[in-house]
Design a protein around this ligand. Structure first.
Ligand code: ATP
Ligand code: MG
Length: 289
């Protein structure tokens, strides 16, 4: 078998719910190379977070599993840092201490106190938060909190950075800045990233490949789009770039077609994926615009 850096292998998962078993993922397989930036996109409730949580080790697949450098993932670990949409900082700790805590957990034995201090500062500088190290989370903006969350994840030097709609709660200008910083950091550190997004432009701008999931239940990987745009990528010239617009249209086409012709039976549908049909195109339009 061809071994990859990260391999999601034939993953299926079924949850027990009040209305019976709910099969959310059906035979999902994905191979990710080291340094690759992957986006996961698909309609609300299809199972994107479930995929990410299985890779994170927070959920166990019912069938199949995940290999990272040929070792099976069985539990959460610092080699797979997760950044959630709602920056999960500890509110009573300063910006510095939020990052330092993670640094101490991962490098408590391997780095000296002084090295851990420098490493904490270095990662906060990387996300341009060096000026606010003494502030508490309630004293900084949402975008700044998200930066600290990313600094904390990067500081753990994870093999894989897992991001679940990391910029979803931010205003569009802040989001733009965060996307640019993430591209810059990834170019510098060559992180392997899996990011969930609902934003088609964000997916095309940032990704090497976009993994498009079919609607649930029993969601699968519908298509994978390789985004062959040279880096560094600059959003302004790309707006008029035919290749960029082609990729963008491909993703929109997938999402709209999946919406128009769901390829799944309507029985056994449950959970929070019951978005009213007329809401979905609006959401896509918003995400794309
Ligand atoms: N622990 C659980 N128990 C039962 N059902 C679950 C559980 N976790 C997720 N689900 C169901 O699995 C489906 C997929 O959920 P998931 O959160 O992965 O979707 P998603 O694609 O991330 O959606 P969104 O875009 O809205 O975040 C939903 O129907 C959800 O209700
Ligand atoms: Mg989700």
């Amino acid at each position: 078998m061809n071994s990859s850096y990260l391999s999601v292998e034939n993953v299926s998962i079924t949850f027990d719910t009040d209305s019976g078993p709910l099969n959310v993922l059906d035979d999902v397989s994905l191979k990710v190379e080291r340094g690759e930036f992957i986006s996961l996109i698909g309609h609300s409730g299809c199972g994107k977070s479930t995929v990410l949580n299985i890779v994170a080790g927070l959920l166990q697949a019912s069938i199949g599993g995940v290999l990272l450098e040929n070792r099976e993932v069985t539990e959460p670990g610092p080699d797979r840092a997760v950044v959630f949409q709602n920056h999960s900082l500890l509110p009573w700790l300063s910006v510095y201490d939020n990052v330092r805590l993670a640094v101490d957990q991962v490098f408590g034995r391997s780095k000296s106190r002084q090295e851990r201090h420098q490493w904490t500062l270095h990662n906060l500088e990387l996300v341009h938060m060096g000026h606010a190290i003494g502030q508490r989370p309630d004293q900084i903006s949402g975008g700044m909190k998200q930066r600290v969350g990313i600094a904390r994840a990067l500081a753990m030097q994870p093999k894989v950075l897992l991001m679940d709609e990391p910029f979803g709660a931010l205003d569009s200008l802040t989001r733009t800045h965060m996307q640019d910083s993430l591209m810059e950091i990834q170019a510098r550190l060559n992180n392997t990233v899996i990011m969930i997004t609902h934003d088609v432009d964000e997916a095309v701008l940032l990704s090497d490949r976009i993994v498009m999931m079919s609607n649930g239940p029993s969601a699968r990987i519908g298509e994978i789009l390789a985004v062959d745009l040279p880096r560094p990528r600059d959003r302004l010239p790309l707006a008029d770039d035919p290749a960029y617009n082609h990729y963008r249209a491909e993703v929109l086409r997938f999402l709209h077609e999946r919406h128009a012709r769901p390829d799944v039976p309507t029985s056994n549908v449950g959970g929070d994926d019951q978005v009213e049909p007329e809401e979905r195109p609006t959401r896509l339009k918003l995400a794309a615009g």
